[in-house]
Design a protein. Structure first.
Length: 550
């Protein structure tokens, strides 16, 4: 088949896979599996640019060329994720067809069990890495990649970069519309799978990482992100100009891509297809040898220029690791105590997501709206996509923080309002007891939860890292005290049936008069909902909190 022309002007069909990013747990165990068991070179040791206290490891061939790059964020103590719809669940490497016996023996010798099967006529071995991530070896006639001379795997048996990824989805149509309709993939065919029906899509390139497989699982549960979960899969684009064209085209098609992110070794945009699978489009350049010679790749902790002034602090915070290729040690911190359970505050259950509390320096407290749930509001954690944060969401009794409208006389919402404020204060106190002070905490909410977040910040008498109020306003306008420059974002529709525009504007003015740095935006046509611009504005506040936490 020939690739169709993508619908996005100024672009060529996407070649295939660029990299895959996964959450891990123990950093040394991760290094030893991917470099010493699978024989992939650790080509870069850097940090998560959204969370500079966390490593970001990149594995690949000699230079880490696109189509070979497996990346990991190791969060010590993180809970295991569970596979489900709306995520990539497996990454497959290409292996020489004649090396099946070698890899069966090698994996067994290293203590890994595997299952053998066939897929589209090729033999496949499936195993779990130490964090439970499915890694697959597909034995085919692929082309060798740039060999890593120090690999423990003989060159004739070395893995040849990626073959494919597998995503689980409710409906294949959403992925088809993106890959074929927007990005120029071709649909190669389908076959039965143990989980449903597998459909294969092929990029337009040659050689490495050409395939995205999608298994349709209608009615099955969604995945739960944690250690071992694939965070996103990145697709290749040639250069910045083409990426900008994809950004504009995907935005016009309703995919809500992020602005371009500078990842030092490539530039990235992120977006989700309708099932929830997170995709990235990454540029091939500048590549991993951009800041150190090929022979030195992976030997040093490399930081972008904007983090160099904090190198000593970062090196003291990241765990101690050993790169086996050189025998060099990076980082100084020994791994800490066992994970602590999530708190229960004032008899209220608190749900958590994101970074484990014992590893976090920054946190976000999310407050659901009337009729909502803590689990619902925690869905914003995926939208914010900032791995530095621990997210905590208390669950209101009866799914409501107080019984009447926020505009009702305060005494008619008592004692429920005081209990709700005490719950928020209790969560902040619990975080402070674990080493996360209020100025490293963002309090946010939607609707009734947004009103509660603003009211708490107004009454707290201490500076918070930020406040995010999505369709909300202050409950009272008679509080006093300097808010000390606390960043506040507020968003609302001019005709919101629950939040009068006049009250929204009065709330913003009141907070400004007391010294808060208020960004209040009115969105015609928003309704009582949340839009991308609001999420981007919230993310900016959160990123500033991360930057000030080291």
């Amino acid at each position: 088949m020939t690739s169709p022309t993508p619908r996005i002007p100024g672009t060529t069909p996407v070649k295939g896979l660029h990299h895959v990013t996964v959450m891990a747990q123990d950093p040394q165990r991760n290094i030893d599996f991917y470099s010493q068991t699978l024989g992939q070179r650790l080509v870069k040791v850097t940090v998560n640019f959204d969370d500079p206290g966390t490593y970001h490891f990149y594995y690949g061939d000699l230079t880490g060329q696109p189509g070979t790059i497996m990346t990991h964020f190791p969060w010590p103590g993180a809970k295991r994720g569970t596979r489900g719809n709306g995520e990539v669940v497996a990454t497959a490497y290409s292996a020489p067809r004649e090396s099946l016996g070698y890899w069966q023996d090698r994996l067994s010798e290293h203590g890994f069990t595997f299952r053998e099967g066939t897929r589209f006529g090729e033999t496949i071995l499936t195993l779990e890495d130490p964090d439970g991530t499915w890694v697959e070896l597909i034995f085919e006639g692929g082309q060798p990649v740039q060999p890593w001379p120090a690999s423990p795997v003989p060159q004739e048996h070395a893995l040849r970069g990626f073959h494919s990824v597998t995503a689980w989805v409710r409906d294949t149509g959403g992925v088809r519309d993106l890959l074929v309709g927007q990005l120029g993939f071709t649909e190669e065919g389908s076959e039965p799978d143990a989980e449903g029906r597998r459909t294969r899509f092929k990029g337009s390139g040659e050689g490495l990482g050409l395939f995205v497989d999608v298994v349709e699982r209608p009615g099955k549960g969604r995945g739960n992100f944690g250690a071992g979960s694939v965070h996103h899969v990145a697709l290749r684009t040639r250069n910045d100009a083409e990426q900008e064209a994809y950004l504009a085209g995907l935005e016009a098609a309703g995919y809500r891509p992020t602005p371009v992110q500078d990842r030092q070794y490539f530039h990235s945009i992120y977006f989700r297809e309708p099932n929830g699978v997170l995709f990235e489009i990454a540029t091939d350049a500048p590549g991993f040898p951009a800041d150190e010679p090929v022979e030195e790749l992976g030997r040093h902790l490399k930081l972008p220029a904007w983090f160099e002034s904090r190198r000593a602090t970062i090196e003291a915070h990241v765990p101690k690791i050993v790169n086996r290729e050189y025998g060099v040690t990076i980082g100084t911190r020994d791994l800490g105590a066992a994970p602590q359970p999530a708190p229960e505050v004032n008899g209220v259950e608190v749900y958590t997501a994101g970074r484990p509390l014992e590893e976090a320096r920054v946190a976000m407290v999310l407050l659901h709206g009337r009729g909502g749930t803590a689990q619902d509001i925690l869905g914003l954690a995926e939208e914010f996509n900032l791995s530095a944060f621990a997210y905590l969401a208390p669950q209101a009794e009866g799914n409501s923080w107080y019984p009447l409208s926020f505009l009702a006389p305060v005494e008619r919402n008592q004692p429920h309002l005081d209990r709700a404020l005490a719950t928020v204060d209790g969560v902040l106190g619990e975080l402070e007891s674990r080493g996360i002070p209020p100025h490293n905490v963002v309090v946010g909410g939607f609707s009734q939860g947004a009103c509660l977040a603003l009211e708490y910040a107004s009454r707290a008498g201490r500076r918070l890292g930020g406040v995010i109020a999505l369709s909300g306003s202050l409950i009272t306008l008679d509080q006093r005290g300097d808010l000390g420059g606390t960043p506040v974002f507020m968003g609302v529709a001019p005709d919101d049936a629950h939040i009068p525009l006049s009250r929204f504007q009065e709330s913003a003015a009141h907070l400004r008069e007391r010294g808060a740095a208020v960004d209040a935006r009115v969105y015609p046509g928003l309704g009582h909902a949340i839009n991308k611009d609001e999420l981007d504005a919230a993310r900016e506040i959160m990123q500033r909190v991360v930057g000030g936490s080291l």
